[in-house]
Design a protein around this ligand. Sequence first.
Ligand code: CO
Length: 167
Amino acid sequence: MVRKIVIYGEPDLRDISEEVKNITGKVQKIFDDMIDTMYSNSGVGLSAIQIGIPLRMLVINSTGEKKDLICMLNPVILSFSGSVVFREGCLSIPGVFEKLKRPERVVVEGILRSGKKVRMEADGIVARAFQHEIDHMDGKLFVDFVPVYRKIFIFPKLYRIKKKQIK
Ligand code: CO
């Protein structure tokens, strides 16, 4: 089921997500809804908090192909390497895109929806998505990291999005 996405300015988006203790039917249903919501919005990734559920769950699909879908619980980044500038956006911040410098590669550990514990190395858009989605779990958004000299350009857009949320 496609769920409503929590938008910038709504306080829930800043909540800290909690670890998932057991992979229940409810957790599986949340994954299904996250996948439906990501695909229907043509997103590359989504965190559960973006559909209003403060649990450490993410879905990532960089290609749109089924085989590349990653569903992970309680992800932790073990190490970072390199550095790359990449244009980033977020389904919770519609219409705002900014180049952002972040580590190029990450090693991530987490649990798949099957219950299997995994450690994976990622680069490119997948490494970027892991960092972005894990930030969501800690209440952080990519615009928080945009340098001040660029922030002045996106600020009017952010203000407009926020204003719509609080009216
Ligand atoms: Co996002």
